[in-house]
Design a protein around this ligand. Structure first.
Ligand SMILES: NC(=O)c1ccc[n+]([C@@H]2O[C@H](COP(=O)([O-])OP(=O)(O)OC[C@H]3O[C@@H](n4cnc5c(N)ncnc54)[C@H](O)[C@@H]3O)[C@@H](O)[C@H]2O)c1
Length: 335
């Protein structure tokens, strides 16, 4: 299988490329990435000389480039996005440009290349779109978890841009018979996550002896999934998921931000004095939770790494890879 991965120099994309190259030595991966502040080729240093891996520095909004790349692959796995909610609150432009226009450009390229559901053998051509549980809005404490039928209710510019892209992907299936699948996943954690996101920010701040900032009272709830389990789920969908379908992916690990904080503090032998409570994020969603029974029943996927095990291993990774995140935090990598 020849796969075009967009955004492969980012957190989940890089983990996915590692996973595919290791599991399928016969597969070829092309990584198209614009190397924004979040893209980092250090994430892929160990595969850069692999003959089955190719890096293309470019933007998913570049029509000519994307048209040429799509012609030569079987599958697109589309991760590239502006992904940080706080940045979308400060400035939404890049979110619309990449998440909406960039996705549309990729869909158009697949359409122009003649990708049609039903005319190509099952599994031969597929556009798989990576999305988030945030498109479903915010849950109250006792409301049932999101599933594939939950109505969209995005509430941040980030989630609104991801929701728009999901709708476009689905519309290309219905209108143009494009062979697509979509997955909406909960919060990921693990190696190579940019240290602006909660878990790597807290772990690296503690190593540096800095305070860890908690929004509001820290009672917001998120569901957490180890990035490797997300990669396994995506791989199953790409190979066996039904065309036109959406799959919700979750970790069965709902935690308040305070619970996560206490867990990290304990693992790092630090205490409450390291916490700094800061003004809450604007429009901060209360709770996300995922019902993943569809992917469990259809594709036999469920999380394999418990939160306890995953967070321990993740803290160790950031302790053992200080050069990686210090270059980013010191601004040595780029910008
Ligand atoms: N991180 C999570 O917890 C999570 C959860 C669910 C879904 N997602 C989705 O997964 C995907 C990947 O998330 P991530 O956390 O790895 O993001 P990330 O910010 O770590 O990486 C994004 C990558 O996309 C690249 N990129 C950005 N704009 C581009 C453009 N115009 N053209 C080409 N490349 C571009 C960046 O350089 C970077 O390498 C996103 O679509 C995100 O919405 C993330």
């Amino acid at each position: 299988m020849k796969i075009l991965v967009t955004g492969g120099a980012g957190f989940i994309g890089a983990n996915f490329i590692h996973y595919i190259l290791e599991k399928y030595p016969e597969d070829k991966v092309i990584n198209l990435d614009a190397l924004t502040y979040a893209g980092n080729l250090d994430n892929l240093k160990d595969v850069e000389n692999n003959p089955n891996y190719e890096f293309v520095h470019g933007d998913i909004t570049d029509k000519k480039l994307v048209n040429n790349l799509v012609k030569n692959v079987d599958v697109v796995v589309h991760f590239a996005a502006e992904s940080h909610v706080d940045r979308s609150i400060e400035d939404s432009d890049a979110f619309v440009k990449t998440n909406v226009n960039g996705t549309l450009n990729l869909l158009e390229a697949c359409k122009s290349a003649g990708w049609r559901n039903g005319t190509s053998p099952a599994g031969e051509k597929r556009f798989h779109h990576i999305s988030t549980d945030e498109v479903y809005g915010s849950l109250k404490k006792d409301e049932p978890a999101f599933n594939e039928k939950t109505a969209y209710d995005p509430r941040s510019p980030y989630s609104a841009s991801k929701a728009s892209s999901d709708h476009l992907v689905r519309s290309y299936f219905h209108t143009h018979k494009l062979p697509i699948t979509i997955s909406n996943c909960s919060n990921n954690y693990g190696p190579y996550q940019f240290p602006e996101k909660l878990i790597p920010l807290f772990v690296t701040n503690l190593i540096e002896g800095k305070k860890i900032p908690i929004y509001g009272t820290g009672e917001n709830i998120r569901d957490w999934l180890h990035v490797k389990d997300h990669c396994i789920a995506i791989d199953k969908i790409v190979r066996d998921g039904r065309i036109g379908e959406t799959y919700c992916i979750g970790g069965n690990a709902e935690k308040t931000n305070l619970e996560i904080t206490h867990k990290i503090l304990k693992l790092m032998n630090a205490d409450e004095n390291s916490i700094k409570y800061v003004e809450d994020r604007k429009g901060h969603d209360k709770r996300y939770a995922i019902n993943f029974s569809k992917i469990k029943n259809e594709l036999d996927w469920e999380p394999s790494i418990s939160f306890e095990e995953g967070i321990k291993e993740t803290v160790e990774w950031y302790k053992n890879n200080q050069d990686w995140w210090k270059r980013i935090k010191n601004g040595e990598y780029r910008k």
